[in-house]
Design a protein. Structure first.
Ligand code: ADP
Ligand code: MG
Length: 832
């Protein structure tokens, strides 16, 4: 176990300086300990006469604090400094308490990294603790049935949920600002007396507002409430001393005011100090939410399962979960607010490390399990590959060849392949799948391929059939809406092993489908499927009768790239292949952003493309007009475009509410060039390939997610012509929408897009359970906590090296918590 530790240790100023600081710290501790021990043992009269050079010691504690980098040690020195600095002024009766406090701090400081010993393991009671934490929030004092209901709707069901519902921000209200010194635009706390409080009706609508005035020794501050007037009116009264907090605004007449201030009676400690701010149900008062969280922390934090083995916590300066949780919900008076707000506090680090450690242990176990499974070793088929290459209308890219080779090596092993191919839209993933499928079939196996939409399944079936049937391989399409008779016939032929490749939607994994000998499962656009669906596809292989427990190879494909470092961690149980090259001759799509008023110019560009024999998509966010949202919709606009703007051109409409057959017919007409303009919703998002289409117009582009926009753009730029993606959005748009649209204009690179998307949305969304099959993150942020992620991975691997099957006594609790964290997730059910 290395000296590796938290981020603040990562860049020590220098090795020499670090050890000099350690020596100075030790010297200081030695020097201060003797008099303190003496005082603690001395009788009261002796102690009263003794003179401690407290001011000087306080100064030295402070100076040391400035040199030390570890946040926990710093916190202890700070506390020590405070106690010593208060010594001289403290009444004799309080000194014994101060001595005890100082000695306890010395003890912690001596243990090297302040917090090592602070990690109090709780292992024997894990089962009980987890049960207690799983209790309904209704059992938390201050939460009655009604509040419990509101909180549940907000997503907080259990006590544990409540504990992990961390403040998203901390406000520093330790400093009160005199009214005279308030500055417009700043957030401040002011203490004073309410001298005026009255309702008033304003404006043409006679709107009711509440106005108040707070006075301190230096001036008057106006307070205004526009909402919930009656409620606030009743909450406090004239003459009351209060702390008000909020953002200072300029008011008419040079006055200053705070709109909707938070108000707490002065003298009430709630509302002062460092205040945690929580996300909360709209109707709930912030102070009530704080109170509930604080009560839950007090009552249950101690039950959080801090079960990391000593070997894992050693040298990392980790707090245990109970301590960390208290610091987050009820920050100390001397808390470092910047660290809290940056999620860099020791408490945050403790929770993040804990969360990521269990993630990594789970991942490593899953990977090991995969490696121990048996599958089908498939032989190379060089002649077949040769023939396939000859039949393709193009030459494979270097990247395609590499990935096809990686897959071939996997499939030759007696363990099932678990490979994820990441390749940007248009990078040619389908061909890669083709080679894998052909190899499996040549080895006497069947292949199942799953795509997220019928349209896409049909396209794949058509493309693959064209190449495989000349080689004597049978391809069938299986989608939900097929006529029953035909479907049954297909199913029978699949079961008899007559069909070699089945392409379909999730219809493929429905119960009635039986394979004679499934050897390979392929999932296209895998991020559109859940883990369970992926697992179901794999499980079809277990029907392989006499072949027993052997499982098919799995090939997953996705156009949603995630940064490679992250991929290692979040897809830790998969092997990755990267299609990082587009087929040659493609010109990058040019992306332009227009405001609504420039629509005529856009239509002109479209017409020019149509006149040159090319085709265009026009995408809308909705199918039909909607009362709630005044958006242009596909149905209305298709009519209008056909009638007016594109009069004389052939315009078609396709959307998700159309029947499969209808949709299909329209798509086919577009693909064949019979339709020139395709008006649609996002049904065309995934996979559809029409090389003559060169213009993609996206209306209300501000309404789409970044990944979705990038996918849509991927529908054009598939031929040799210059293609355009024209984004139309209102001039006034939200900040996030603006960042998305700018990113689209700025880059065509899917990885860059993924990075930006991650920054905007946060990884919780991007790597949500649905996409990655991971437990949701409660505290960790994979971008922000990258270095902790590495550390956790290393720690997890080291622990598993010592105890590969988690059989050691210390691992019992780890196993239990692991099962809890991954509860219901696939493949780990049997780990716990
Ligand atoms: P995606 O990775 O988005 O699934 P596709 O497999 O649909 O991409 O391929 C996009 C288009 O590029 C298709 O028309 C396909 O035939 C073509 N294509 C694939 N590989 C090559 C290549 N090596 N050279 C030229 N065109 C290719
Ligand atoms: Mg594709």
């Amino acid at each position: 176990m290395g000296k590796a530790s938290g981020p603040e240790r990562r860049k020590p100023r220098s090795q020499g300086e670090a050890s000099a600081t350690a020596a100075a710290l030790k010297e200081f501790l030695d020097g201060v300990e003797r008099p303190l021990v003496f005082l603690s043992k001395a009788s009261a009269p002796v102690a009263a006469r003794a003179r401690l050079p407290a001011a000087e010691l306080a100064r030295r504690a402070h100076a040391l604090r400035e040199r030390v980098q570890d946040s926990v040690t710093r916190a202890h020195l700070q506390e020590l400094h405070g106690a010593l600095a208060g010594w001289d002024a403290a009444p004799a009766g309080e000194r014994a308490g101060l001595v005890a406090q100082c000695l306890s701090l010395l003890g912690r400081l001596r243990e090297g990294r302040g917090a090592v010993s602070k990690y109090r393991r709780r292992e024997t009671t894990v089962e009980d603790d987890l049960q207690s934490l799983a209790q309904s929030i209704q059992f938390v004092p201050n939460v009655g049935p009604r509040r419990a209901d509101v909180l549940r709707k907000f997503g907080l069901m259990t006590v544990e949920d409540l504990l992990y519902h961390l403040p998203f921000r901390y406000e520093d209200r330790r400093m009160m600002t005199p009214v005279r010194d308030l500055r417009v635009g700043e957030v401040a706390s002011v203490v004073g007396e309410i001298t005026h409080l009255a309702e008033r009706h304003v404006g043409r609508m006679r709107r009711r507002i509440l106005e108040g005035v707070l006075r301190d020794e230096t001036g008057f501050l106006a307070l205004t409430w526009f909402n919930q007037v009656a409620y606030f009116r009743g909450r406090f009264e004239k003459g009351q001393r209060c702390v008000v907090h909020g953002k200072v605004e300029g008011a008419p007449g040079g006055q200053k005011r705070i709109v909707h201030p938070e108000v707490t009676p002065a003298g009430d400690s709630e509302g002062q100090g460092v205040i945690p701010i929580y996300g909360k149900p709209t109707a709930m008062n912030p102070a009530a939410m704080r109170k509930i969280a604080a009560t839950a922390a007090e009552g249950w934090a101690a039950r959080l399962p801090s079960v990391l083995p000593d070997a894992v916590t050693a040298g990392r300066g980790l707090l245990d979960l109970a301590h960390a949780m208290m610091l987050l919900h009820a920050p100390d008076a001397d808390a470092d607010v910047d660290a809290l707000n940056g999620c860099r506090s020791a408490a945050h680090r403790a929770l993040v490390f804990d969360e990521l450690f269990f993630l990594q242990v789970g991942m490593a176990l899953r990977r090991r399990r995969v490696e121990s499974e048996t599958g089908f070793a498939m032989e190379a088929a060089p002649q077949l590959a040769e023939r396939l290459r000859g039949a393709l209308p193009f030459r494979l890219t270097v990247a395609q060849k590499r990935v096809i080779h990686e897959i071939a090596l996997d499939m030759a092993k007696p363990h099932p392949m678990h490979r994820l191919v990441q390749g940007d839209v248009g990078s040619g993933k389908t061909v890669v799948a083709l080679f894998a499928a052909a190899k499996a079939i040549d080895n006497g196996f069947q292949v199942a391929m799953m795509a997220p939409t019928e349209l896409l399944a049909e396209q794949h079936a058509a493309n693959l059939r064209a190449l495989l049937e000349p080689l004597g391989m049978e391809v069938a399409l299986l989608i939900g809406l097929r006529g029953k008779a035909r479907r049954n016939e297909t199913l029978e032929r699949v079961a008899a092993g007559e069909v070699h490749l089945v392409v379909g939607t999730h219809a493929v994994i429905q119960e009635k489908v039986r394979f004679a000998r499934l050897g390979l499962g392929i999932v296209d656009e895998q991020h559109r499927f859940g883990v369970l669906q992926r697992a179901a596809l794999r499980a079809l292989g277990t029907q392989n009768g006499a072949r027993g427990e052997r499982l098919p190879h799995m090939l997953l494909m996705t156009a949603t790239p995630i940064p490679r470092t992250l991929a290692m961690s979040v897809y830790g149980d998969l092997d990755l292949s990267l299609l990082d090259q587009l087929p040659p001759g493609r010109k990058p799509v040019r992306t332009l952003l227009y405001s609504d008023s420039r629509r005529p110019a856009i239509y002109e560009m479209v017409k020019r493309a149509l006149d040159a024999g090319q085709q265009a998509y026009v995408v809308y966010p909705l199918v039909e007009e909607s009362e709630e949202m005044p958006l242009r919709d596909a149905t209305t606009m298709a009519e209008e475009l056909a009638r007016a703007v594109f009069h004389g051109y052939r315009v078609g409409l396709v959307h998700g509410r159309m029947k499969g057959g209808e949709k299909d017919a329209v798509m086919r007409r577009f693909k064949d060039g019979d339709l020139q303009v395709l008006v649609s919703t996002t049904v065309i998002e995934v996979g559809i390939d029409v090389p003559r289409a060169t213009v993609m117009v996206i209306e209300h582009a501000d309404r789409f997610g970044l990944a979705q926009l990038h996918q849509l753009r991927g529908r054009v730029g598939r031929g040799s012509e210059q293609s355009y993606c024209l984004l139309v959005a209102p001039f006034r748009r939200g900040d996030q929408a603006h960042r998305r649209l700018s990113a689209m204009v700025e880059t065509n690179d899917g990885f860059r897009i993924a990075d930006i998307d991650l920054e905007i949305r946060g990884p919780g969304d991007l790597l949500g359970t649905r996409q990655s099959g991971l437990p949701d993150f409660r505290v960790a942020n994979l971008i922000r906590d990258r270095s902790l992620l590495d550390e956790a991975r290393q720690a997890a691997n080291e622990w598993l090296e010592r105890d590969p099957t988690l059989q050691r006594p210390e691992s019992a609790a780890v196993r239990r918590v692991l099962a809890h964290r991954w509860a219901g997730r696939l493949g780990l059910a049997d780990v716990g």
